[in-house]
Design a binder for this molecule. Structure first.
Ligand SMILES: [Zn+2]
Length: 177
């Protein structure tokens, strides 16, 4: 079982779709129809950012916050984009606290493949909720991860009972296509 999730139904979707996965998945989600966001697992679209569930989570509640623009390096981001990214990190950290009561978080950015970036061309912050006792299950240690909640129910949990402007962090909706 080393390195495998004990229960991960979304892996099947990955196997089915990975052959067609050319290009950047963040840009693909950015350009997708927002009315399809529940299927894309995009939980917020801001003026400069988007936030989504990680389809291959390290832990329950694992989110990604990314700039809309395909930029690989932190130093190349416009200050307004940096500000909105951090606002989104704050918003979703608060929301995860309210809905899942984690004991702590790992929040960070992997710049470059050598630092662990799976998609080095389009930077993205990870928000990983942590609970006492989950340490032994973190994939970084090569042990199986236990993720008891499906991504669909997590999506519903995080987006339920929120006024629409709060879902997008209070930023304007997408401009018309
Ligand atoms: Zn991209």
């Amino acid at each position: 079982m080393t390195g495998q999730s004990l229960w991960a139904p979304w892996r099947l979707d990955y196997i089915v779709t990975s052959d067609n996965d050319d290009g950047c998945f963040l840009c693909r989600y950015r350009d997708a129809d927002p009315t399809d966001d529940s299927r894309q697992l995009v939980i917020a679209r801001g003026e400069h950012t988007m936030t989504m569930l990680n389809r291959f989570p390290y832990n329950n509640g694992h989110l990604l916050v990314a700039p809309r623009e395909h930029v690989g390096d932190l130093v190349d981001l416009d200050p307004a984009v940096v500000t909105e990214c951090v606002e989104q990190l704050q918003h979703w950290t608060r929301r995860l606290r309210e809905t899942m009561a984690p004991h702590g978080f790992n929040i960070g950015l992997n710049l470059g493949r050598v630092a662990g970036a799976g998609l080095p061309g389009h930077l993205h912050w990870h928000i990983v909720p942590r609970w006492e006792g989950d340490t032994n299950f973190m994939p970084v240690l090569g042990n199986p991860s236990v993720i008891p909640q499906s991504l669909d129910s997590l999506f519903e949990l995080l987006t339920a009972d929120q006024p629409p402007d709060e879902v997008t962090g209070g930023f304007p909706p997408d401009p018309p296509l």
